[in-house]
Design a protein around this ligand. Structure first.
Ligand code: SAH
Ligand code: MG
Length: 219
């Protein structure tokens, strides 16, 4: 697989599997025009998040890192119609843009944006939700905190539930198999190995965009 070959494969995947409806296109555009960084999941990865969520009971999802609400909208679409998404965002401007996206998507009644840093918000949220209550967790916030995210979220995942994490093969600048002193990369590697070595989960990461970890809590 040469870089050229990989780019061509990605273009093909985006062309064939990356369709978006008007709502998702509008959310992507609103994210751009609000000046947020271009680091949302791709449409193909978003579609995968939706498919994965729809394979669970889809009662409750928790996302870390809302940005403009793009991945959250895909995730929410995979939930049960009565299911809920709680998405945590540290940047108040991003949280505003995400809330507006969820209104655009007509899912504001299902989605709650919790403002604050994930590690500050999660302990209280864990008490509130209770153990084994989350069908899907999607981690996409601060890379150096990835090991702590898994430690805090692990007890919350329901049997059969999913723990998903973005950028687990790299961040775009640094790659997981080329340690360059980047603390984010070291932390992602630590989390990957922690999840892979956890006997309560089956885990694999697929090279979609910069890598998606898919871990399923055993029944
Ligand atoms: N999941 C989004 C992209 C998230 S980008 C999507 O695909 O559409 C990462 C987001 O995490 C940014 O909005 C950033 O502000 C937020 N973030 C960074 N550090 C955080 C932290 N410690 N806690 C919560 N959010 C954080
Ligand atoms: Mg990401």
């Amino acid at each position: 697989m040469t870089p050229q070959r990989w780019n061509a494969t990605e273009r093909y995947a985006a062309d064939v599997f990356g369709q978006e409806d008007e709502v998702l296109r509008a959310i992507a555009e609103a994210t751009r025009s609000a000046g947020l960084p271009p680091i949302s999941v791709s449409a193909e990865e978003g579609r995968l998040l939706m498919i994965l969520a729809s394979l669970t009971p889809g009662r409750l999802a928790v996302e870390l890192g809302s940005l403009g609400g793009y991945s959250g909208t895909w995730l929410a679409r995979g939930l049960d119609p009565a299911g809920r998404l709680i998405t945590i965002e540290a940047d108040p401007h991003h949280a505003d843009v995400a809330e507006s996206a969820f209104r655009t998507a007509g899912i504001a009644h299902q989605v709650e944006v919790r403002r604050g840093r994930a590690l500050a918000v999660l302990p209280g949220l864990a008490d509130e939700l209770g153990p084994e209550s989350v069908d899907v967790a999607f981690v996409d916030a601060e890379k150096v905190e990835y090991p702590d995210y898994f430690r805090l979220l692990e007890p919350l995942i329901a049997p059969g539930g999913l723990y998903l994490a973005d950028n687990v093969y790299g961040t775009g600048d640094s790659w997981i198999d080329e340690p360059d002193g980047n603390p984010g990369i070291a932390a992602i590697d630590e989390m990957n190995r922690m999840v892979a070595g956890n006997a309560r989960f089956e885990a694999v990461a697929i090279p979609i965009r910069t890598g998606l970890l898919i871990a399923r809590r055993r029944e």
